[in-house]
Every structure is written in structure tokens, then in C-alpha cells.
Write a protein that binds this ligand. Structure first.
Ligand code: URA
Length: 270
């Protein structure tokens, strides 16, 4: 068993007493030095060889730490995105920062895999979403489900949310002040989920995320970026229900989303 050091033993190298009969052998001195160093490492741990601030920086977690004592298993494991997302939901679900907080039935946070590789971002909840508290569950949502399934994924594997979390009365377009108020929520969701690719469904999502007012026709077909994440813009599923002609280009866009997700097309469009 390794011997732990005595307080005045740490780092001490044995010096021969003048009256010792013979000087210690070199091997003996070396083994004494080694033992002292081993003791020092055991006693001081990594702090001895690496400054504490360097150790702390290299151990910094990707997601926030849960409450827990230093050295506990909980303190070392990153908090799962599901827990972070759920506590963020609880924090904002009573929001009344804009007038839509007074007229909504349900707050529509988002749904799907909290660690999804693909995030779909729509505009705002419609009538059915407002009643159920879930995004894209009305007619446009059913079409989105078909698109996701055609990509050989399920709704549970991706993450779906909107720029606005509350329904604008009569499904009118989101007002700029509503977007400005609600958008930080979307940004935080992206930060938590950390998707590999974001697909903006329609111009409202694209305008909010990309800070542009360019028409959809100019935004489609270009690989944009938000916080280092590739962003692809396509038609809103509700537009596909009104115009059959948008289906083929949408299919091309979502195949591109899938390739980005699969990591088989790092740049541009093949
Ligand atoms: N349209 C959207 O943009 N989002 C929904 O959740 C439903 C319809």
C-alpha cells in the first residue's frame, strides 16, 4: 500500500548524517525521491502539477451544473437538455410580456426531442395549437408531420417550435413588437437544444432568426447561419396546402436539411 506523507516528510530528500558509516546508494536516493513525489501527487492531486484555474477551466461543463456538493456525482454530470428545457418552460409559461398573453388559451412552448439534431421553427400557434398547447397540430401541422416522415424521421426525433409562443387572434401575422418580445425565448431554446441544423418554415421564422426582411424567394436556396448553426429556409406547410406547386421545391429543401443533419454535405447545396 502507498504510504501517505507525514507533514514534514513532503518533498524532503534524505540527506546523510555526517557520522553515517557509508553514503546511501544512488538507487536508494532515487527511490526516496520517487516516493516523496508520489506522496506529493497523492496528497495534492492534480493541483500539484496543474494550476487550479487550468484544471477548473478544462472541467467546465457544456450545460449548466445542477445543484450539488463539490465532488458529488451530480456536480460532475452535465444537466440533460430535457431538464434544462423543462425548467425553462416552467419559467416562461405564464408569460404576459405582450398582449397575446391575455388572449391565448394555452402557451405553446415546443415539442419533440430536447437534444434533436433538427429544429423546425414556425411562425405562431394557430387555433388548434392554442387549444392543445402543442405546436403544429392543426392542418399545417399534419402536413409537417408527413414531411418529417418523408425525411425518414418522426416528430419525436426532431424539435418543433415557433417564433411566437401565443396565438395572434384570428391567425393574423405576428406584430414586430410581439416578435421582439418573444424571440429571446426561441433563442434560448436553440441554445439548449443545440440542433445541428435549423429549418425555418416560412418568412416570419427566417426574418426573426436571420434578422432580414428579404423575401422568401431570396432566402430559399442559400445556407444561412445562426450562432454557428446552419439554417435552411423553406415554405411554410400552410402555403403548401394552398399551393401544390410549392411541394416539389419544399421536398428539395428538406432533403437538403436531412443531408446537413447527416453531415454528408458540409457546404452549399449538392
Ligand atoms: N403554424 C405555425 O407557424 N405554427 C404552428 O404551430 C401552427 C401553424
Amino acid at each position: 500500500m502507498t504510504r501517505l506523507p507525514e507533514p514534514d516528510d513532503l518533498g524532503a530528500v534524505h540527506e546523510p548524517e555526517p557520522d553515517e558509516a557509508s553514503p546511501p546508494e544512488a538507487a536508494e536516493v532515487l527511490s526516496e525521491v520517487r516516493r516523496s513525489l508520489e506522496d506529493l501527487l497523492l496528497f495534492e492531486g492534480r493541483w500539484f502539477v496543474t494550476p487550479p484555474d487550468v484544471v477548473a477551466a478544462s472541467a467546465a461543463p457544456a450545460r449548466p451544473e445542477p445543484a450539488g456538493g463539490e465532488g458529488s456525482a451530480a456536480a460532475e454530470a452535465p444537466v440533460p437538455a430535457a431538464a434544462v428545457l423543462s425548467s425553462f418552460h416552467d419559467e416562461i409559461c405564464e408569460c404576459t410580456r405582450c398582449p397575446l398573453g391575455q388572449t391565448r388559451n394555452r402557451f405553446v412552448f415546443g415539442s419533440g426531442n430536447p437534444e434533436a439534431g433538427i429544429m423546425f421553427v414556425g411562425e405562431a400557434p394557430g387555433e388548434e395549437e392554442d387549444l392543445q398547447g402543442l405546436p403544429f397540430v392543426g392542418p399545417a401541422g399534419r402536413f409537417l408531420t408527413r414531411i418529417i416522415e418523408a425525411m425518414e424521421l418522426s416528430r419525436e426525433e426532431v424539435y418543433i417550435c415557433n417564433v411566437l409562443k401565443c396565438r395572434p387572434p384570428g391567425n393574423r401575422d405576428p406584430a414586430p413588437e410581439e416578435v421582439a418580445t418573444c424571440e429571446p425565448y426561441l433563442r434560448r431554446q436553440i441554445e439548449i437544444v443545440q440542433p445541428k441544423v435549423i429549418c425555418c418554415l416560412g418568412r416570419h421564422a427566417a426574418h426573426a432568426l436571420l434578422k432580414t426582411e428579404a423575401p422568401l424567394s431570396r432566402l430559399r436556396g442559400t445556407l444561412h447561419e445562426y450562432a454557428g448553426i446552419p439554417v435552411i429556409v423553406t415554405y411554410h406547410p400552410a402555403a403548401l396546402l394552398r399551393n401544390e406547386g410549392f411541394k416539389r421545391p419544399t421536398w428539395e429543401d428538406v432533403k437538403w436539411v436531412r443531408r446537413q443533419y447527416d453531415g454528408v454535405e458540409p457546404r452549399g447545396r449538392a
